[in-house]
Write a protein that binds this ligand. Structure first.
Ligand code: NAI
Ligand code: 13P
Length: 318
């Protein structure tokens, strides 16, 4: 078995290490020939996961053909870059494509599986759920969801991508899986902002829970299954990301709450996703006040003003 991974950032590298630890051949592709040569020399990724050594069967490469020659292709690039990456690929027709990104494309409102399916005829899946790259790379236990509309392809991928420290569950609901993974990042920004501003753990719990209600509302409207949102890819990842400073989305929220600035070079999927989701919510008439508040914070609205507006909306049933 061989697995190709496009994107040698934190997540692509962590997955490569875990999969290759089981002696599967992994071709980890990155766009910078210099970086990939350095990874091959050091047998680790000095920029993203400097402490994790590469197993023998992990091959860092800048040659796309090596990754495209594998039996499965994982796409571990940021969501807003996925279209460009896919456009540049001349793919074998039956090669399964597994999105490993979490977000909604700003220009179209599409999640990763819908985007792949709009551009390529290949079988499309998503691997998502609560997992920090640092944890996976250390060999710590994690559980993820593999969603694929075709159960034969999906269960085959489930078995191929399960490793000693990644337990993969299969579901067919790709829409629910991509919405859960995308929207939890928006809620993590909101929770980080509340903690950063000193509003306390009770406020965070309220935002997490009412944020989950927003996620369910959007998912229900789009036709996703409620059970998917309550699983690893929704509630599971929401719980992780809203409560840990390892999350970049949560950390962006912290800086918004503290009135500090955030490094623009860091991948934070929730910012573009909040805007894309708010556009969709307006189009479809879905009430998403926390998502709206996150967009206002990103646009520079004072946190206390934004929170006052959130709390002073008309009272309603839970
Ligand atoms: N880091 C984590 O713990 C986890 C990340 N994810 C998801 O994985 C996705 C990728 O995130 P990370 O790896 O963490 O980000 P990262 O910032 O660590 O790495 C992103 C990688 O994508 C590459 N890239 C960007 N644009 C590209 C392009 N046009 N062509 C080729 N390569 C390009 C960058 O060079 C970099 O190597 C995101 O959607 C994120 O939500 C999912 C689970 C865990
Ligand atoms: O998706 C993640 C954990 O499941 C990683 O979260 P961040 O992108 O916020 O770091």
């Amino acid at each position: 078995m061989s697995v190709g991974i496009l994107g040698a950032g934190a997540f692509g590298t962590a997955l490569a290490i875990s999969i290759a630890s089981g002696r599967t051949t992994v071709q980890l592709w990155g766009r910078s020939a210099d970086d990939m040569a350095e990874q091959a020399r050091q047998r680790r990724n000095p920029r993203y996961l400097p402490d994790a050594a590469y197993p023998d069967t992990l091959h860092p490469t800048a040659d796309l053909a090596e990754a495209l020659g594998c039996e499965v292709l994982l796409l571990a690039v940021p969501m807003q870059r996925l279209r460009d990456v896919l456009r540049g690929l001349d793919l074998p027709p039956h090669l399964p494509l597994v999105a490993c990104c979490k977000g909604i494309e700003l220009a179209t409102g599409l999640g990763p599986v819908r985007l792949i399916s709009s551009l390529k005829p290949n079988p499309a899946a998503i691997l998502t759920g609560p997992s920090f790259a640092q944890d996976i790379a250390k060999g710590l236990p994690t559980a993820l969801t593999l969603a694929c509309a075709d159960p034969l392809v999906g269960t085959a991928l489930q078995h191929k991508l399960s490793t000693a420290n990644i337990r993969v569950y299969y579901i067919s609901d790709t829409l629910g899986a991509e919405l859960g993974g995308a929207l939890k990042n928006v809620m993590a920004i909101a929770c980080g902002a509340a903690i950063g501003a000193g509003l306390g753990d009770s406020a965070r719990a309220a935002l997490l829970t009412r944020g989950f209600a927003e996620m369910q509302r959007m998912a229900h409207h789009m036709g996703a299954r409620a059970e998917t949102l309550a699983g690893l890819s929704g509630l599971g990842d929401l719980a992780l990301t809203c409560t840990s400073e390892l999350s970049r989305n949560f950390r962006l929220g912290l800086t918004l709450g503290r009135g500090e600035s955030f490094d623009k070079g860091v991948t934070v999927e929730g910012a573009a996703t909040a805007r894309a989701t708010l556009d969709q919510a307006k189009t479809h008439g879905i009430d998403m006040p926390i998502t709206q508040t996150v967009v206002r914070l990103l646009d520079g609205t004072d946190l206390h003003k934004a929170m006052d507006d959130l709390l002073s909306r008309p009272l309603k049933e839970e």
